[in-house]
Design a protein around this ligand. Sequence first.
Ligand code: ES4
Ligand code: ZN
Length: 324
Amino acid sequence: MSAFIEQLPKVELHLHIEGTLEPEMVFALARRNGITLDYADESALRAAYDFRDLQSFLDLYYLGMQVLRTEQDYFDMTWAYLERVHRERVRHTEIFFDPQAHTDRGIPLAVVVGGIHRALEQAQRQWGLSSRLIMSFLRHLSEEAAFDTLRQAEPFRHLLAGIGLDSSERGNPPAKFSRVYALAREQGYRLVAHAGEEGPASYISDALDLLRVERIDHGVAATQDPALMRRLARERIPLTVCPLSNLRLRVVQDMADHPMLTLLAEGLCVTVNSDDPAYFGGYMNANYQALQDGLGASDGELLQMALNSVEACWLSPEEKAALV
Ligand code: ES4
Ligand code: ZN
């Protein structure tokens, strides 16, 4: 591991907290909650992490998180992630969670948000590791279900910085959620959405124009549309790119084919993130390292990406200045 990457103060902007459940924790929580899994042990589960595409990953991701039942489970999952990235010199993290993946199993939103938030507060107190929480709608579910989730979140409004959109992208375009995003905007939420991961470049412009998001999660399909790339550069729209995720979900066939350096050279505000690190084989440092080893990114280019993350995060100007 490069000493430059290890010592670099980092900000994470694209992390699904349910994607940090390592097989060891999946089995520990299953035992604690009296749940029997379809896999013999941790290594059998890990061996199944051989994904063809986004959907084959999502199937296992929704399966793994079914072991989460109590407030303590949500705390333990979040705390394990925070301990890990604290050791990697992450100074600030903006975390997604998928409320519907829990409430649809009968877990109250208070349990989910309560456990996650308690861990975030402890990391702020103990290490000065700051964070924001982003509630993400599942785009394979209906618009009505997203409206219902937004309503259920009203008691926790003060704990939620923003709204996101994730899960199966193709066939679930931004337009499906334009009305619920408009309502979230009226309620003061900041807005982001996954776009241009497996879906087309047009989903990126639609997320900007129809959902009015301020950041794009992934966005690597922008390279398919030069006019869109120029717009993203001109408007300085941040892209939260996840290199190891793109490799493991076969969005790129080889790290040497990854568009990260093309996007950076075109003047886009690209950032490095881990997405679902337990499933994709690496946390923040591993994602920076993959860009160096697989793509030949220089220390200077990695530094620019890390500074882009500070620019793109939701801290105040004073808090940002204190990070670097
Ligand atoms: C996700 Cl990599 C990815 N793409 C879309 N939705 C997701 N949810 C969790 N990880
Ligand atoms: Zn994601």
